[in-house]
Design a protein around this ligand. Sequence first.
Ligand code: PEP
Ligand code: MG
Length: 589
Amino acid sequence: MAITKKQKSEQILAGVPASPGIIMGRVFLLSGDVVKVAPRALQESEILEEVEKFRAAVAKAKQDIQKLREKAANSLGEESAQIFEAHQLMLEDDLIIDETVRRIQTEKINADLAFFEIMEKFETSIANFQDEHFKSRAIDLRDVKRRVIHNIQGDFIYLLKIQEPAIIVARELTPSDTVNLDRDKVLGFATDFGGSTSHVAIMARSMKVPSVVGLLQACQSIQTGDWIILDGNEGTLVVHPTPETTQKYQQRLDLFHTFERKLDKIKKLPARTKDGKDIELSANIEFEREAANVREMGGDGVGLYRTEYHYLARQKLPGENELFNEYARTVKALKGKPIIFRTADLGGDKLPRSIEMPPEENPFLGMRAIRLFRNQNQDIFKTQLRAIVRASAFGRVRILFPMISCVSEIRYCQNLLKETKEELKQEGVSFSKDIPVGAMIEVPSSAVIADLIAEECDFLSIGTNDLIQYSLAVDRGNEHVAYLYNPFNPAILRMIRDIIHKGHQKGVWVGMCGEMASDPLSTMLLIGMSLDEFSVSLVSLLLIKAIIRRVDYSECENLAQKALNFTTTRDVDKYLRSVFSKKFRDIRF
Ligand code: PEP
Ligand code: MG
């Protein structure tokens, strides 16, 4: 995205809007410099794995450096690219690599500690050189050290240094980083990487923190302490705003608040079209405390409880009782409204520290969700199922299995659930007899056989965030291909139409919990395709309800028919925008 200098001190950076709201404040820049290692004694049986982990971290660092080298050569010239050659050479240096491996093996210490100490020793000796050229190599050593250690530790950044409320600016925030943030200290997020459906964006919406992602170069242009305006509606940052700009944003903020107050009036009214079609309008939540907000906002229930954050926020695996207590409190907070527990969708970019993950070339195509548990960690899955089933005694619990890609996976889940219930019954534990089970349709293979999957369960929920990335071969978190990531691609529209149709043919209801359901431009389209349930981010719930209440089902059907006839994403988008702007002149989002 372009950087345009308005005047000497004011800079406007354009990115992708990720979470709505406008905020002004000081920056806390996460430069990624924080490297922390803690000693860990290894068992004999862990040594081989630790050495492999180290070698994989080095290999990944080399690959990343090679990419940077090519990028630097293209944009800055060969001379600048040579710096990366020096980094690569360090990772081939026997003194560094072999010595690290030797220390892991003989001293039985963790890889990050062994590598850290060796690099520190080099840094100290280089700092004592008289020659400035040699001295400057210490920077390279630090860079390489940080890169490899972050690879070993899974890029976990410690964010405990934030003392005052601030807007966090970072290259990238992983879900673990985000979940560990102190909500009271975070006014907003701005990241160089990421798209609008990356997990950090979803979490930001959940945390009601205005955010912008995909800024590409914010970290280079911003310092800790800079005063900025973050506009999560438009996807922009203004660095060192002038008084005129500040005033302009203050007016926008006032308008935004006025619109929010207007929406408050429909909280208690049903999500019903003008011609009387009721739509189930639920919310996506990530944290227990949000359950109460769902009722407060007039949501029909929780359509997606992403349960993986219990695993990401903790160093150790959560036990059954710990999960059960949390789940039971969440169910009770809903006071009879239904809640869909999505079982832990770990893997991909959600890497828990408590589960040993294999090094993977393509984690989004690997040990994610059910696959992480099916062959080796079934006990972790079972523990979670036990906790959910036990919590069903306190309300209307539904279970949703993520990343189902074939019939055998949903059967495996159903069997394990059956086994879990039988065990609990034997133990005399009470639970609800009626726990509807659903499958997420977010992999193209399951979209094609949605009818067969539907025969195995009680409902389907379309996960457009992944469905789009897997169908269009576009990484949902990659800002470089974000222009291709679009729910209005005709291939995606046909898939959604077909999934809903196939589900209905088999007599099950079909919902959508992907972010497309929260997009006001999609609401009429999805109603027209006869989607039964919308599960949306809490910040969008009232806006979507307002739209539902102002349309006729029949006009939505016509709109969907028309939209499905266009051949390009651009045409669909243009059409939906033109209808929207005529029909809802007062709505800005
Ligand atoms: C989805 O993929 O659309 C979804 C709701 O799941 P997640 O965003 O957690 O992958
Ligand atoms: Mg998904």
